[in-house]
Design a protein around this ligand. Structure first.
Ligand code: APR
Length: 260
């Protein structure tokens, strides 16, 4: 893929840009995970995610929702970050202030950045803001105590060892507020960045969808990398349509590996 020369020099030249990358389910698609709006499979094909990922659904049938997330935790266990996740790690190595904001709950960005934590190549590790939580974390639905272990009784939803409340995944369900500290950090990053990437997201769910506009209003250069056009496409400075696992590594190569 050819990248405009001015984009290459912008990313290469500004040694101290504050760069934000917002990701959605599309960045995990090449790891074999369905995007949020992809059809579900097997037993879960009969349900729409929006009908399961809500406090009402959990109140109505906690066991069904608990089992759906247990199935998703298992599905993620066998999955690894893809070239798109690792390209973001490469970008972070060249950008002093890199903030990753993800709507994904699969934890794959943490897994990819783990490779950096083991090396000294970064003075400041990038912050990863998980706007919608992480399905690998489980907490009490009443007292918010996190649970590292829980019973595997197949008949009922495990309960909190502190207050006896039902355990639930530590994710943000439809109709629930995002964790305030994560949202405030994401908005601050979007409002103060020089470059904003929107990667693998349909850009339809608020408040994540408004972050790109906050960046644009600040005068940041907005770059979309997505398999198909979205409502952001016409407002982005650059839009590359295709697979993030292909486009991002090519961009890293064009900007930093060919920087002779
Ligand atoms: N590379 C790049 N983009 C891709 C790829 C890929 N390999 N595969 C799919 N896409 C794009 C799709 O074209 C789509 O526009 O990723 C986007 C995924 O959009 P959604 O499925 O809507 O997922 P997302 O944008 O993350 O949803 C946002 O909404 O439902 C809530 O909480 C849920 O976090 C989710 C949020």
């Amino acid at each position: 893929m050819n990248f405009p020369a001015e984009l290459i020099s912008l990313l290469r030249r500004s040694r101290a840009p504050k760069l934000v990358a917002l990701t959605g389910a599309g960045v995990s698609q090449e790891s074999g995970l369905r995007t949020f709006r992809d059809a579900q499979t097997g037993l879960w094909a009969q349900y729409k995610p929006e009908d399961l990922a809500s406090p009402q659904a959990f109140r109505r049938d906690p066991k069904l929702i608990w089992d759906w997330y247990a199935w998703r935790r298992e599905a993620v266990k066998g999955v690894r970050p893809n070239a798109g996740h690792y390209a973001l790690v490469d970008i972070a190595k060249h950008i002093p202030e890199f903030t990753l904001i993800t709507q994904n709950v699969d934890g794959l960005h943490h897994m990819a950045f783990q490779t950096l934590r083991d090396s000294e190549s970064l003075k400041v590790l990038p912050s990863i803001i998980e706007l919608h939580g992480n399905i690998q974390r489980v907490r009490c639905s009443e007292c918010y105590t996190f649970a590292e272990v829980w019973g595997d009784d197949t008949e009922s939803v495990p309960r909190c060892s502190v207050c006896g409340g039902l355990l639930r995944p530590d994710v943000v369900w439809f109709g629930e507020a995002l964790p305030r500290d994560q949202l405030e950090a994401a908005v601050e990053a979007a409002r103060t960045c020089d470059v904003f990437f929107s990667i693998g997201t349909s850009g339809v769910v608020q408040p994540a969808a408004s972050l790109a506009h906050a960046a644009r209003n600040r005068g940041a250069v907005v770059i979309e990398v997505n398999a198909e056009p979205t409502p952001l496409t016409s407002k982005a400075n650059y839009a590359f349509h295709g697979k993030s696992g292909e486009i991002l590594p090519e961009l890293v190569k064009a900007v930093w590996l060919n920087d002779t």
